[in-house]
Write a protein that binds this ligand. Structure first.
Ligand code: HEC
Length: 489
């Protein structure tokens, strides 16, 4: 086996500290101080844990990081992407203006020691170390799968434009089921860029959507909202499964259907057919809390939208991102008049949502006063926005300590956009919409050429008592009624 590449300058090597006494090197010989990190012993295990799930042959990333030579070739760029928080993709940010009280579950970012190891390996000349087996990337399998749903007709991507394709999936439950785990399993890792799973809960909607779309059949859903009144999960490649503690479960009402919206990135190639599956885990324990959703944001005009600096003084306050604005902000808020009868409401997860042109999104809660362990004002979520890497962020904290939500609380959402050609996503938005490469004014809406500023909060709310002993049917609180009670859009 080859030894370290001996590119070490003495000055750098001596900072080491770790293995002080075994080198005894004198000027002129070729055994410099021992490298602080080697490929086999230190770096490959870090890349296996944080990078290789995507950066491997057949993975979604454009190059592999599984081999020494490949890793050496891109090492500087890799360290830069890690330092700037661009890789692994995870857009939550802890910033002076907004840092949530808790961390996030399954946060894939490197810690400070891992970053130092990567840098030391590069500075000390990419030492190879003693050949050893490279760990496999962590499994993303959901433990205890109860049900797997796969489309009956797959989808073959082609062309240079991103495609948004929906499928209705049938869990086949004729009675209420409690779900405590969900995972998306892409069929063709090369092209599946993200997936949104929603639940259809109302019988009328289920009947209409199934009659229109069938079960397991793909349809192009780029031009309209994905059906479903309940976003369960937003998945990106490499994600750990969504899992809830046993005391919290996602209600799947009798005869519910799930809708899977897949964002495909064909990259100009004709690719192999994709059949992406969704795994569910059911629980037979009646939970204390159930999962529920509240989407807040997307305010069109005053009074819930604040004036933006790009608006002329006195002009009507409107959600509008002017062409060529490099850092356009919109700030909006909602005071929750009522929680529509829900009790014990805690914020469990956050799905930020914008379209292509967005660059940043954050949310805060302002309570009338501090409440128990909840401060009066708190940052709920904060992060950069990259359309390709949207996901569900779940707090890493016990349910009872999660931020609480009560009537009278005010939620504030702030978003920013870069609507210039410097933003590659502006170019992509124009290309995908068959428009000339010139930025356009952007307004609120569903289309690719529109934008959004929305936080979809996953809530943990008190579950109704187990109705079985009383012989009652279970009814999910009506999402639409809840929204209108809360005066949500
Ligand atoms: C979830 C999948 C995923 C993970 C995990 C991941 N990457 Fe990537 N990486 C990608 C994709 C996809 C691209 C292509 C650019 C894009 O889509 O953002 C990329 C691009 C890159 C690039 C090239 C950037 C450029 O400007 O060309 C580097 C370097 C990189 N990744 C390094 C890493 C390192 C180092 C890690 C681990 C610390 C990592 N990636 C983890 C998916 C991933």
């Amino acid at each position: 086996m080859r030894h370290s590449l001996a590119l070490v300058t003495l000055g750098v090597g001596l900072v080491a500290g770790a293995c002080g006494n075994d080198s005894g090197s004198q000027g002129g010989d070729d055994t410099g101080p021992a490298p602080r990190a080697t490929w086999y012993q230190d770096v490959a295990p870090i890349l296996a844990e944080h990078c290789m799930s995507c950066h491997q042959a057949g993975g979604i990333a454009p190059f592999s990081l599984t081999d020494y030579d490949d890793a050496v070739e891109v090492s500087e760029m890799a360290a830069h992407m890690v330092d700037t928080g661009q890789m692994p993709p995870f857009d939550a940010r802890e910033e002076a203006d907004c840092t949530p009280r808790f961390g996030w579950q399954d946060d894939p970012r490197l810690d400070a020691t891992e970053k130092q190891t990567l840098h030391a390996w590069i500075e000390d000349g990419h030492a190879l170390g003693t050949e050893a087996e490279i760990p496999t990337p962590p499994t993303t399998a959901l433990p205890g799968v109860s049900k797997t749903m796969t489309p009956t007709v797959g989808w073959t991507t082609s062309g240079t434009k991103d495609q948004f394709v929906c499928f209705v999936l049938d869990p086949g439950n004729t009675q209420l089921a409690w779900v405590t785990g969900l995972q998306v399993r892409p069929g063709n890792d090369l092209v599946v860029h993200h997936a949104v799973i929603t639940e259809l809960t109302k019988q009328e909607d289920i009947t209409t959507v199934v009659a229109q779309r069938g079960i397991g059949q793909p349809w192009d859903c780029s031009a309209s909202a994905t059906p479903g009144d309940f976003v369960i999960n937003v998945w990106t490649p490499g994600n750990q499964p969504m899992q809830t503690p046993p005391e919290l479960a996602i209600p799947l009402v009798a005869n519910a259907k799930l809708v899977m919206q897949i964002h495909y990135h064909p990259a100009g190639q004709t690719n192999d057919i994709d059949f992406t599956s969704v795994d569910l885990r059911y629980s037979n324990v009646w939970p204390r809390k159930m999962y529920f959703v509240a989407a807040i944001g997307n305010e069109l005009a005053a009074p819930n939208l604040e004036p933006s600096p790009d608006e002329a003084p006195g002009a009507p306050v409107q959600f509008k991102i002017p062409a060529n604005a490099p850092d356009h902000p919109e700030k909006m808020f909602r005071t929750l008049d009522s929680l529509g009868g829900l009790t014990g409401v805690k914020v469990f997860s956050v799905n930020p949502h914008m379209h292509l042109v967005g660059t940043h999104i954050s949310s805060k809660i302002v309570r009338p006063a501090a409440r128990g362990t909840d401060p009066q004002t708190e940052c709920l979520a904060n992060g950069g926005w990259n359309f390709d890497w949207q996901r569900t962020y779940i707090y890493d904290a016990p349910i009872d300590q999660l931020p609480s939500l009560e009537a009278g609380d005010r939620i504030e959402i702030a978003c920013r956009w870069n609507n210039t050609l410097d933003n590659p996503f502006v170019q992509r938005m124009l290309h995908d919409s068959n428009l000339p490469p010139r930025p356009i004014d952007i307004t609120l809406g569903e289309q690719t050429t529109n934008e959004m500023c929305l936080e979809i909060f996953g809530l943990a709310v008190d579950a109704p008592a187990n109705p079985a002993p009383l012989g009652l049917p279970f009814e999910l609180p009506d999402v639409a009624a809840f929204r209108s009670a809360m005066r949500l859009p």
